[in-house]
Design a protein around this ligand. Structure first.
Ligand code: IMP
Ligand code: MG
Length: 184
């Protein structure tokens, strides 16, 4: 367990960077095979997906466009809020293109459900979902995950882009936050 660089929260290592690296490479191989010859647009959900997406797209051996969407769920801490809004939309015309939504973690499923519906209404040829991590024990809406890195237990996880109150995104490994007040 570490006291993360003076932030005062105790973190337990869950997934080391070497394992993350191997997993991202495995996902990139699958996506490369599936999207060869298609008009891929990789759409990252900010902010949490930024590190995962940067590593993933550099391993894809196919041409693509890259765009981002920022959604907000009001509130902070370890419980995500139920009200979701688009704060910054895509700037790409996605009509007829093959969209791969890239998310850090799927919890209740409400964020990705909202984003998938939002993009599907724009005339894309296809919309699929790629997530670094999944917490299936907390699912509230049914979601099909086309590409998944890790299934994680019902713990609040940080690092590799994932935050707690905007902290810890920069950590290269994935940690569980101790005493976070979330349900277990
Ligand atoms: P959902 O809408 O309940 O699926 O929540 C998904 C969003 O909540 C993600 O985009 C994350 O930003 C955040 N989130 C959920 N669980 C965690 C976690 O364990 N660590 C960091 N962020 C999380
Ligand atoms: Mg977040």
């Amino acid at each position: 367990m570490i006291d993360a660089r003076g932030c005062g929260n105790r973190l337990t290592m869950l997934i080391p960077r070497t394992v993350i690296d191997q997993t991202v490479a495995r996902m990139a191989e699958e996506i490369t095979a599936d999207y060869r010859g298609k008009q891929l647009v990789a759409v990252g959900i900010l902010k949490g997906a930024f590190i995962f997406m940067a590593d993933l797209v550099r391993r894809l051996d196919i041409p693509m466009e890259v765009d981002f969407i920022t959604v907000s769920s009001y509130g902070s801490g370890t419980e995500s809020s139920r009200i979701i809004n688009v704060r910054q939309d895509l700037t790409t015309d996605i009509r007829g293109k093959d969209i791969l939504v890239i998310e850090d973690i799927v919890d209740s499923g409400r964020t990705v459900c909202y984003v998938l519906q939002h993009l599907a209404s724009r005339g894309a040829a296809s919309v699929r979902l790629c997530a670094l991590a999944d917490k299936p024990s907390r699912r509230e809406v049914s979601i099909k995950l086309n590409y998944l890195g890790f299934t994680v237990p019902d713990r609040f996880v940080v690092g590799y882009g994932l935050d707690f109150d905007n902290k810890f995104r920069y950590l290269p490994d994935i940690y569980a936050l101790e005493n976070d007040g979330s349900k277990s």
